[in-house]
Write a protein that binds this ligand. Sequence first.
Ligand SMILES: Nc1ncnc2c1ncn2[C@@H]1O[C@H](COP(=O)(O)OP(=O)(O)OP(=O)(O)O)[C@@H](O)[C@H]1O
Ligand SMILES: [Mg+2]
Length: 229
Amino acid sequence: MKIITVANLKGGVSKTSLAVNLAFILKNSLLIDFDGQASATDYLLRETDVDELEKRNAYLMLREKLNPVECIFKGLTDCIPAVPELHKIGIEMVSEPMATLRVIDRIKKMTDYDYIIIDTPPAITYQLSLSISLADLVLIPATYDRWTIRGLSMILSEIEKSGNRETLVVPSIISQADDEKFRKIMAGRVSMSKTTIKRSNSVRNAAALGKPVSGAMASLFQELAGEVA
Ligand SMILES: Nc1ncnc2c1ncn2[C@@H]1O[C@H](COP(=O)(O)OP(=O)(O)OP(=O)(O)O)[C@@H](O)[C@H]1O
Ligand SMILES: [Mg+2]
């Protein structure tokens, strides 16, 4: 079983789109939504009542009210959903260091899955640290702007704190010209995916329908899945 965490401190860079579409493509995978915004949950479980989501979710798993397997919703891809309570989990877990270790252990024991893909919030939070600790690979989708390098070095130093983990920066929602500039600047500094996830409305449209990305963009996600599998 391989755990892939999708992370970046910057919002709106395609973390959720990437996490969900990888989960669609990689067979026998489970997506865990650790972001209180619950965007991946809305993508995958749009038809599920909030009442149902409130009964079993990532928050209750982290608070040890339920085991991870009890929080799984079956679907096109299996999912442990987020709820907004995750926004306060960091404060609540400060006094519970042993609980974190127990939860890590329980998640790592879900070996019936070939892949666990974790979506994270765009900030240095309890959930991000936990997701990095769990990861075999941290995927960092990144757009290119004047803060990109600074943001990347911050998240890479968070990852380093957790020991050496494989990382892969994925240029995302980016023009061809910016992609070329970005790759030139980053050459030799970080590992970058061969695949670039270019800008396309089909990604937004797929999310609105709760479906995998289709058409030309689907091949890009497939290519990336091949790189991380
Ligand atoms: N390749 C793309 N081309 C065009 N739009 C995209 C692409 N990838 C994602 N989007 C759109 O950009 C918006 C942000 O994407 P997404 O929610 O995946 O980012 P995020 O990094 O998870 O954001 P957040 O930090 O808020 O969790 C969404 O509306 C999504 O549909
Ligand atoms: Mg997101």
